[in-house]
Design a protein around this ligand. Structure first.
Ligand code: RP5
Length: 169
């Protein structure tokens, strides 16, 4: 098993149902990753240790998901110069998800977090793979094929609608 190059972390095990979509995409692309729970509020020292050791452990990108008062992605980004992708999660303590979106999105100048849509963990996985693919041709090829498959799905649906008519679908 190769060493993980992507770290997927989340504030709680309850975030896993969303965050597993990032893991699933990386598995499809055969990108080695690690996945664990790191809570900014409940395990602040673990968060600091995780973020400060990430680069020396070989990680290249961190995907961090959290709900409610979602401080994990921003605080991890404050401890490392690795790119951090934040996934806002609509959790049991979210009002409507905006709390998590804005906590992750509205970072102060100097400490960016690349924020995906609410519950957008799959896009976080895709973006992480795209960052890695900037100097990895085999991975770039896999991502090209993935994008082509998206295109084909739309073209197939166009053909079906044109053939059957929209009323019969
Ligand atoms: C956040 O609080 C976590 O990321 C999670 O989305 C939310 C709720 O956590 P649990 O109470 O389910 O552990 O910190």
């Amino acid at each position: 098993m190769s060493k993980p190059v992507i770290g997927i972390i989340m504030g709680s095990q309850s975030d896993l149902k969303v965050m597993k979509e990032a893991a699933e995409f990386l598995e499809e692309m055969q990108v080695p990753f690690e996945l664990t729970v790191v809570s900014a509020h409940r395990t602040p020292q673990r968060m600091a240790d995780y973020a400060t050791s990430a680069r020396t452990r070989g990680l290249k990108v961190i995907i961090a998901g959290a709900g409610g008062a979602a401080h994990l992605p921003g605080m991890v980004a404050s401890f490392t110069t690795l790119p951090v992708i934040g996934v806002p999660i609509k959790s049991s303590n979210s009002i409507d998800g905006w709390d998590s979106v804005l906590s992750i999105l509205q970072m102060p100048s100097g400490v960016p977090v690349a924020t995906v849509a609410l519950n957008g963990a799959r896009n976080a996985g895709i973006l992480a793979a795209q960052i890695l693919a900037s100097d990895n041709k085999p991975l770039a090829k896999k991502l090209d094929n993935f994008k082509k498959s998206l295109q084909k799905k739309v073209e197939d649906s166009v053909r079906i609608i044109e053939k059957k008519g929209w009323k019969d679908i």
